[in-house]
Design a protein around this ligand. Structure first.
Ligand SMILES: *Cc1c(COP(=O)(O)O)cnc(C)c1O
Length: 211
């Protein structure tokens, strides 16, 4: 996988060090997680808070340099739990959640890295702020809730070419002064790297199909 990422980066003359491989461990069996850790991988993505706690709470103690990113939708009533556990939350998509995270950050005295998720395809079943409202949400997170925004995340529609979605996310990021772009999965990471991805979220191509 690393070789494929390196090749994609080289094709567009981007340094490999700019691109972080987030190993998406959701639903994967323990032996595959352990194998990945044994290979030295330390950056992982999970899409559910409870599942992540079960999988990673004990392992956190064994690997001090472990970094966990929440890449799935987050309910406001779980904001505290998520803020306490994750190093990054990639799915900030509404003011109510930002408010809950601001409250959690204050109580915890720390805040994970926050990314705003943009629903670039405006799909009703998907989380994320619609592109038209992205600037306003980023502004509100920063100014109203006083939280730093690290970057943006998107999941393009499964049945469309991803390039225009990645380009749109990069454009919204640029005009808001954001450099972190979480985009690209097993099927489209090379395109995402071409459009500036700093974090590619790879599950099945790395671990094998989810059972
Ligand atoms: C599951 C998931 C991935 C990984 O998908 P693969 O196709 O298995 O690489 C990436 N991002 C999000 C948000 C996911 O839920």
């Amino acid at each position: 996988m690393l070789a494929r990422i390196a090749a994609a980066a080289e094709t567009v003359a981007r340094p490999l060090s700019d691109i972080n491989l987030v190993a998406v461990s959701k639903q994967q069996p323990d032996e595959r997680i352990e194998a990945m850790l044994a290979c030295g991988q330390r950056l992982f993505g999970e899409n559910r808070v409870q599942e992540a706690l079960v999988r990673w709470r004990e392992r956190r103690g064994r690997f001090a340099d472990l970094k966990l990113r929440l890449i799935g939708p987050l309910q406001s009533n779980k904001a505290w739990e998520a803020a306490a556990f994750f190093d990054a939350i990639e799915s900030v998509d509404r003011p109510k959640l930002a408010a809950a995270l601001a409250d959690a950050a204050q109580k915890l005295g720390r805040c994970p890295e926050l990314l705003v998720q943009v629903n670039t395809g405006e799909e009703p079943q998907k989380s994320g702020v619609i592109p038209d409202q992205a600037d306003a949400l980023i502004h509100a997170v920063r100014e109203e809730f006083r939280l730093p925004v690290a970057g943006l995340m998107c999941i393009p529609p499964a049945d469309e070419p991803p390039a225009m979605h990645f380009a749109l996310l990069a454009k919204i990021a640029a005009r808001n002064g954001l450099s972190m772009l979480s985009m690209g999965m097993s099927g489209d990471f090379a395109t995402a790297i071409r459009f500036g991805a700093t974090h590619v979220r790879i599950g099945s191509s790395l671990f094998g199909e989810r059972p």
